[in-house]
Design a protein around this ligand. Sequence first.
Ligand code: NAD
Length: 248
Amino acid sequence: ITDRFAGKTIIVTGAGSGIGRATAVRIAREGGRVIATDVVGDRLDDVRAELADFPVDTVVGDVSEAETIERIMLAAGERVDGLANVAGIMDAFLPPSEVDDATWERVLSVNLTGPMRLTRAVLPLMIAAGSGAIVNVASEAALRGSASGAAYTSSKHAIAGFTKSVAFFHGPQGIRANAVAPGAVATNIEAPMRSDYAAGRIGPILQVVVPPVAQPEQPAAAITWLLSDDSANVNGALLPSDGGWSVI
Ligand code: NAD
């Protein structure tokens, strides 16, 4: 265990479960102050109990709502060194011919608009400080069209693009923005298959190329590396953490 995050304040969304929780735990154990946020309060209570000896503040709220962003920023205070946008939801594997407006809007709000708003909120503090690291969680679905439905795939390609936009515009101001693309990870994420057409199209692919299933600590290690100064020369990257699934 190192102290890579000593003296740093880092916001983690989706910190109540899975990859976000593993990220929050690792940052705290490496000396950072964590602003842990999630829409499910009970999950944050668990995280706070696990990290009772560490500086953790929790904020319960939906990251797609602007007022949640305000409360996260109030909890963080004057200094934000890092932001990990991990919270995300899937889309029932609905293909473009079947996606409904509610699914589309909800998935884009949580997976793209929330991270954009939180990034926009932390940037002035980071720019004033001359440094900051932002890590967005994309997906295998940011790399190809076969890993999920239309809304999720679009949201994850878009967050990869947003990441590059932040790196391009704000890199000269000391900001680094990178994304991690996890493959299959054992978490609580709900991934119902609600399309017979999608099941027929994706099922055979998954049988031929079986994804290795990772534990949340594995993508969290990539996220924390990108949040830390160890990755100082890396900006605008989309890093798969998928056991090599994407190269097949
Ligand atoms: P998870 O469901 O275990 O954890 C996600 C957390 O985000 C949950 O605690 C949930 O309550 C929270 N959350 C959901 N919607 C929210 C909202 N609107 N506002 C605030 N919090 C919200 O899932 P996970 O697998 O750890 O997912 C984390 C990220 O990893 C997501 O962006 C997901 O798309 C991505 N991802 C996961 C996998 C996988 O196989 N598990 C693969 C690729 C990408």
